[in-house]
Structures are given as structure tokens and as C-alpha cells.
Design a protein around this ligand. Structure first.
Ligand code: BEZ
Ligand code: FE
Length: 293
């Protein structure tokens, strides 16, 4: 017998409505709405694609393999969300900022929560590999006032495109990571190495899918920031090298124009003599603007 709340028997035409009606007695309104929206769009997609049974099984097996590839340190579903642009869409929806505020981008899987807090100006490169780089700027509020006591958590891949956590035993622990705190003038400064483009983990089902779609797995050279200050919204973001070959085709769609900063080569001896560098280095300057809570 068809219950009162049902919309009749399931047919190709009524499929989404019939399934959604079955959820009517769910008292978690948010869950019901979200599931019904998914049902509506998935049914519409299936009607448009008209998959064969074999194709549908292939899709199921892809998702199964995606799940099997996840473990404590690898999240293949997030990678799928990243490469399909969904992570950046969720980020955009949750980080609508006023004009002039710094923009956010994806967190990525390589943040480590307990990186050491270092004196401002420290070198986060612990193995001396790569071309030296200095990064500096200020943390400001939207009226241009410096924010003191802001916490700056930075991390980057090395000159070969690997994070320390991907090369345990090869790179020192906490290589190219550090936490800094601004003083009264809101300025920050640290030393690292010029980052290089690198592939997202592409030896699993998501990498295979990208290959089948004719897409490369690379992210343009960047370094990551999490900025936090009392009374301000947290900002998760990157700085990108505008001259990177992949700057216009980031595998995870994380690039924004406002997040590019020139990597200027300081190579004239009179420029670096007397500085903390005794060799040419790259200088990256970028100010961040945080929004009040
Ligand atoms: C990263 O930049 O660390 C990253 C972001 C998304 C997927 C993989 C890596
Ligand atoms: Fe990264």
C-alpha cells in the first residue's frame, strides 16, 4: 500500500519526487533538505547521462576505490572534491569577504597542527636545500591599522615539491614550517626556500581520473598561511608565484589574482651584502588584511 506521504509509484518521470517524499518524516530539517537537493540533482544528472548498467557499476567501483585509498594520512575524497572544484566552491561560500580583505583558498592536506613557534625572521628551512627566499609584509585590519599579536602559521613544500610529512626520514621533521607572532607594527618576516610546482597525490583513483580527463595533477608554486588574531576571522590562504608554468591551471582551482606576489630575485651584491643573506635570494612581499569577527 502507498503511504499518504508518498507521491505514487516510482517511474522514470517521478523518480526524484517519490524518493524525496519518502524522507518527509525526517525531523532533522537540514539533513532532509540537503538529501532532497542531492536526490533532485543526482536524478536529473542520471536522466541526462542515461548511463548503461556497466557505466553505473564503474562509477560505483570508482567511489569504492576512492574510499579504499583513504587512510589516516590520505583523504582521497577530499582530493576528489578539490579536483572537481567543490572544495573551492565551499570555501568561497563560507569566506565572502568585504572589498580590500585578503582572500582565502584551500587548506590542503599537509598542514601540521603543532609546528614550532619561532622568533620573527627565522629560517624555516632546516636542511639548507633550495634557493633562499625571504617573505615579509604586514597583517592589517580593513582600515589599514597593523594587527599586533597575530599568529602566522606557514608551511611550504621544498625545492623538489615535497612537504616534510611526505618525506619522513628524508627531510627533518617540521622542515619548512613555522609559527610566528606579530609585534606592535603588525609586520612579519621569515626565511624559506623558493617553492616549486608539485603534483597532488596522483597515484590513486583521483589521479587516474585526472589522466583519463586529459588533466595534469600540478599545483603552481605556493606557500600556505593560516592567520589568526583575536577579534578577527581566521584566514586560510596561499601566496602563489605568478611566473609559475601552472599558474593558470592549478589542479585544485586554488589560485586567485589577489594571492599572487612577485618572487623578486635580489642578486646584486650591494643589495644582499650587509643583510642576513650572503648570497642571492628571492624576496616576496605581501600584506594581509583580516576582517573583524
Ligand atoms: C596543497 O597545496 O598542499 C594541496 C591542496 C589540495 C590538494 C593537495 C595538496
Ligand atoms: Fe601546498
Amino acid at each position: 500500500m502507498i503511504a499518504d506521504h508518498e507521491k505514487g509509484y516510482f517511474t522514470e518521470e517521478t523518480s526524484a519526487e517519490v524518493v524525496s517524499a519518502r524522507n518527509n518524516s525526517c525531523d532533522n530539517v537540514r539533513l532532509r533538505n540537503c538529501v532532497n537537493i542531492l536526490v533532485k540533482h543526482i536524478h536529473a544528472a542520471v536522466k541526462e547521462m542515461e548511463p548503461t548498467q556497466d557505466e553505473w557499476l564503474k562509477a560505483i567501483m570508482f567511489l569504492t576505490e576512492t574510499g579504499h585509498t583513504c587512510n589516516d594520512w590520505r583523504q582521497e575524497f577530499i582530493l576528489l572534491s578539490d579536483t572537481m572544484g567543490v572544495s573551492m566552491l565551499v570555501d568561497a561560500i563560507n569566506n565572502r569577504k568585504p572589498t580590500g580583505a585578503s582572500e582565502s583558498t584551500v587548506l590542503g592536506p599537509f598542514h601540521v597542527a603543532d609546528a614550532p613557534e619561532l622568533p620573527m625572521g627565522s629560517n624555516i628551512c632546516l636542511d639548507g636545500k633550495g634557493e633562499p627566499m625571504m617573505v615579509r609584509g604586514r597583517i592589517l585590519d580593513t582600515s589599514g591599522k597593523p594587527i599586533s599579536g597575530a599568529k602566522i602559521d606557514v608551511w611550504q613544500a621544498n625545492d623538489e615539491g615535497f612537504y616534510d610529512v611526505q618525506q619522513k626520514g628524508i627531510q627533518p621533521d617540521f622542515n619548512l614550517r613555522g609559527v610566528f607572532r606579530t609585534g606592535e607594527d603588525g609586520s612579519y618576516c621569515f626565511r624559506g626556500v623558493k617553492p616549486k610546482f608539485y603534483p597532488i597525490p596522483d597515484d590513486g583513483p583521483v589521479g587516474k581520473l585526472l589522466g583519463a580527463l586529459g588533466r595534469h595533477p600540478y599545483r603552481p608554486a605556493h606557500f600556505h598561511y593560516i592567520l589568526q588574531a583575536e577579534g578577527f576571522e581566521m584566514l586560510i590562504t596561499h601566496i602563489f608565484d605568478p611566473d609559475d608554468p601552472y599558474i593558470n591551471s592549478d589542479a585544485v582551482f586554488g589560485v586567485k589574482k589577489s594571492l599572487m606576489a612577485k618572487f623578486q630575485l635580489v642578486d646584486a651584491p650591494e643589495q644582499f651584502a650587509g643583510s642576513s643573506f650572503d648570497e642571492p635570494f628571492y624576496l616576496v612581499e605581501h600584506d594581509f588584511v583580516l576582517v573583524k569577527e
